[in-house]
Design a protein around this ligand. Structure first.
Ligand code: V47
Ligand code: SF4
Length: 369
């Protein structure tokens, strides 16, 4: 299938052979892929893996994001979303406001994605009650709520274990955890950018416990700031190792860093080549995670469309309202309609498949937004 002579010229013949034989890649292999000057050569290998796993399908979800508050005790330097309590730009949505959003323009919503800052005062019972109320209103919609960082924060604030937080949220109606808050696992980077945040081992442990309880999750990596390529690869390998143990990750989401209004505001945004290579290398390294998301909010719709040829098989969703990327200067639109997403996927030559949060196909959808 490949012109092996060309891969030989690039010094990638062994990696190409491993990929075609389905063998696991090492960190050194990942470094070679990042160093390769021909992004299409790396992309073709990732496309082979993507096609082997998902054929010509490109998934999307009809979802809505809700950020309950931007008040956060952590103050990560890469974050433009969070504010300290009392800041004029801080917000806390009331339960009524959140429930209004849940019910507004339900165009066949199958997922509600609820995340926020680590609020110093809101009691855990508030979140339990909120999830219960959402479930009452939308019993058939999957509630994907609270990053591992928020889960650990609830446990610490309430003086209870992570296991208890997870069990009570599951009982209230949380069906899955989003993948945020992982950033990059490197201690060096975290010390410089987010020293107050749950450490890498804590993030992985929350996910381990969630998966053991039958809660699936996604995983992310925030790239394009001060991390090295090796640190990106170490992050991917840590996720791969946990996935070997639990099998609980459904989808991996590389998040392109948006620098505006952050403590790293002088940095340049990621380039298209870096975005495509990172998606392709992620697809190749994460041989045990079924799906890779091209998150159009951070990538732009045009690059997310292109990424479908570089290892990505998921386009995320309708989203409706997005704050974390847009407050940091993301240039994408706020939300997309189902027909816009389907058109973008079809034009790229793939078959759009509406999915739920767990990647089950949603059949007979009668909606049009
Ligand atoms: O946790 C913060 C990151 C995450 C910036 O699981 C930034 O399905 C870019 O996790 N530039 C939130 N990223 C987004 C997220 C997510 C999105 C879509 C789907 C899913 C899923 C998860 O964004 C945060 C943080 O890691 N982030 N600041 C920034 N300036
Ligand atoms: Fe808080 Fe999350 Fe922003 Fe960090 S990235 S400051 S934890 S909201």
């Amino acid at each position: 299938m490949f012109d092996l002579g060309y891969y030989k010229k690039l010094g990638l013949e062994e990696i190409a052979a491993k990929v075609t034989d389905g063998e696991r890649l090492s960190i050194a292999d990942g470094e070679k892929l990042f160093a390769c000057p021909d992004v299409t050569a790396v992309g073709s290998l990732a496309h082979l893996v993507r096609t082997r796993r998902n054929g010509d399908k490109a998934y999307y979800v009809v979802n809505r994001h809700i950020n309950y508050s931007n008040v956060c005790v952590n103050g990560c330097r890469f974050c433009a979303f969070s504010r300290k309590k009392g800041d004029p730009l801080s917000f806390e949505l009331s339960e009524e406001q959140i429930l209004e959003k849940v019910q507004a323009n339900d165009n066949g919503l199958t997922e509600i994605h609820v995340v926020g800052g680590c609020h110093p005062e809101l009691p855990f019972s508030y979140f339990e009650g909120l999830i219960g109320r959402i479930r009452e209103l939308k019993p058939d919609t999957i509630i994907k709520a609270f990053t591992a960082v928020e889960i650990a924060h609830f446990a610490k604030n309430e003086g209870i274990s992570v296991a208890e937080v997870l069990a009570r949220l599951k009982a209230a109606g949380v069906r899955m955890l989003p993948g945020g808050g992982a950033e990059v696992f490197s201690e060096r980077v975290r010390e410089l950018l987010c020293p107050e945040k749950l450490p890498a081992a804590g993030w992985l442990e929350v996910m381990r416990q969630a998966h053991a309880m039958g809660l699936k999750s996604n995983a992310t990596m925030l790239y394009g700031h001060i991390e090295t390529l090796r640190e990106r690869l170490e992050h991917l390998v840590a996720l791969r190792e946990l996935q070997d143990e639990t099998g609980g990750f459904v989808c991996f989401i590389p998040l392109a860093f948006q620098p505006e209004n952050t403590g790293l505001g002088k940095m340049q945004p990621t380039t298209g080549i870096d975005d495509l290579k990172t998606i392709a290398v992620s697809r190749l390294m994460l041989d045990n995670i079924p799906h890779i998301k091209a998150y159009w909010v951070m990538l732009t719709v045009k690059l997310a469309q292109t990424a479908l040829y570089f290892g990505a098989d998921d386009f995320d969703g309708t989203v409706v309202e997005e704050k974390i990327g847009h407050m940091a200067g993301a240039k994408s639109q706020q939300g997309m309609t189902r027909s816009e997403i389907e058109g973008i996927i079809r034009e790229a030559g793939f078959r759009p498949v509406q999915r739920d949060s767990l990647f089950n196909a949603v059949n007979g959808a009668v909606v049009s937004c």
